[in-house]
Design a protein around this ligand. Sequence first.
Ligand code: C5P
Length: 238
Amino acid sequence: MTSALFPNPVFVALDTPDLARALAIAEAVKPYVGGLKVGLEFITALGPDAVRRVTQTGLPVFADVKFHDIPNTVAGASRAIAMLGVRIFNVHASGGGGMIRAAADAIADIYPRPLLLAVTVLTSLDDSALTAVGQATPAGEQATRLAGLAKESGADGVVCSAHEIGMVRKAAGADFLTAVPGIRPAGADLADQRRVMTPAAARAAGADILVVGRPITAAADPASAARLIAEELGAARP
Ligand code: C5P
């Protein structure tokens, strides 16, 4: 499936506490990617002004804040992140239906309203890591269950492993967005990721957003790493 929403589905994860470095990577990869992702490392070190600065690149920004708290707190935090002008942000689906609904309600009257995604199961966790935290349900089954909950609680989509897209769509419908981290071009270092897939395979599986961090940001030449991925996806600009 090709998402009309993000013709180039690659969002680069700017996982750095260094704003100048983040902006340099953003400018270098801009012709080859569809958006930028800032997460906990970036936001905690650099704060809201730096998020606003990244939105000024003109690329859509995904704030990977993964909120997980009581509904009232998540509602306030969701409004605050939405006011920074990000296109997408997320909460942990395991925070419960009431918490996801509180996030959705809190941003309902903000224009343009950002997309709300719910994180299902972190792609760094495999079944044995899940068992160790007391969750006996296999990752795929748990992700599917949380996708159904996210959908009925007002989320626009989920963050899940590319391996779970089919199951998620079955549970939540064809229009439910999927953002997938754990993307690794063939032969790339897995680092701490476990449930991985190549960019082309993840796109073919129907992912709307591909989150790619270190395969681009840790490359000797981030621009050419991003260009190769765009070419693999047929998303390179002429
Ligand atoms: O460097 P790498 O490509 O592994 O980066 C993946 C990015 O996606 C990181 O920013 C990480 O925080 C994020 N992420 C993830 N797994 C999730 C949700 C987000 O790896 N389930």
